[in-house]
Design a protein around this ligand. Structure first.
Ligand code: PEP
Length: 240
């Protein structure tokens, strides 16, 4: 099954790198593989004509006196249809709380922007069999008051924190178990809904063929490998 490919390009790449990357993507045939790339705010416009585009963050506030912030309304006015929320780097470095993540999701939905919500456990939490408890708590808080009408407009990314940027990944059966847990949990809460759930954490051209065999995984959220055209195109080609 073709999986969705979402690239989180984080704060990598200067303008020259972006221009060269965009040029490569422009002349590459993605076929029917859904590809969404999420560069930093300053580069959003460069990607608009070559693929679907997402932001990496959004303000909890509407337009106003919030220096350095970017609102859902501003993203929408640029034609941005996706936005990552709750990435573990923001939870960690910016001390983003579940309450703020919940507010961001609501602001995005008001503007018809698809939130890509990241959840996942730390290594010691997995080692202590706490993965499902941690993820359930994140989902409960991040999706507070999200209605049945809106839940399938959200993409969930299961990203074990210890797998991000480390080259480590859970086993295929661990990924399958956790993604199936997320899907079943949401089905129980939301009356049999089918939500798109991605895997993220050190996905690259080296392991994608093996990961592709996990049927429960609807796609990948890819960090480092999404900034290298050769790696990204290998991953996209593996879906054709
Ligand atoms: C990410 O930051 O969302 C991510 C999955 O990073 P990487 O692919 O580099 O592990």
């Amino acid at each position: 099954m073709t999986k969705i490919i979402i690239g989180n390009q984080k704060m990598y790449m200067d303008k020259e790198d972006v221009l060269s990357f965009v040029n490569d993507i422009k002349s590459y045939d993605k076929g029917s593989v859904p590809v969404i790339l999420c560069p930093t705010f300053v580069y959003l416009d460069y990607y608009k004509d070559v693929c679907k585009v997402g932001a990496q963050n959004v303000s909890i506030n509407d337009n106003g006196s919030y220096t350095g912030e970017v609102s859902a309304s501003q993203l929408s006015s640029l034609g941005i249809n996706y936005c990552i929320v709750g990435h573990s780097e923001r939870r960690n470095f910016q001390k983003e709380t579940d309450d703020e993540i919940n507010k961001k999701i609501k602001k995005l939905l008001e503007k018809d922007i698809v939130p890509i919500l990241c959840v996942g456990e730390k290594k010691e939490e997995r080692d202590n069999n706490l993965t499902e408890i941690i993820i359930k708590k994140e989902l409960e808080q991040d999706l507070k008051d999200i209605t049945r009408d809106n839940i399938d407009k959200i993409i969930i990314a299961y990203e074990p924190i210890w797998a991000i940027g480390t080259g480590l990944t859970p086993t295929n059966s661990e990924i399958d178990e956790t993604i199936t847990f997320i899907k079943n949990y949401l089905k129980t809460i939301y009356n049999d809904v089918n939500v798109t759930v991605l895997y993220g954490g050190s996905v690259s051209e080296k392991n994608v063929d093996e990961l592709n065999s996990i049927a429960s995984v609807d796609g990948y959220l890819i960090g480092g490998a999404s900034t290298k055209f050769a790696s990204l195109s290998y991953i996209i080609d593996s879906q054709k």
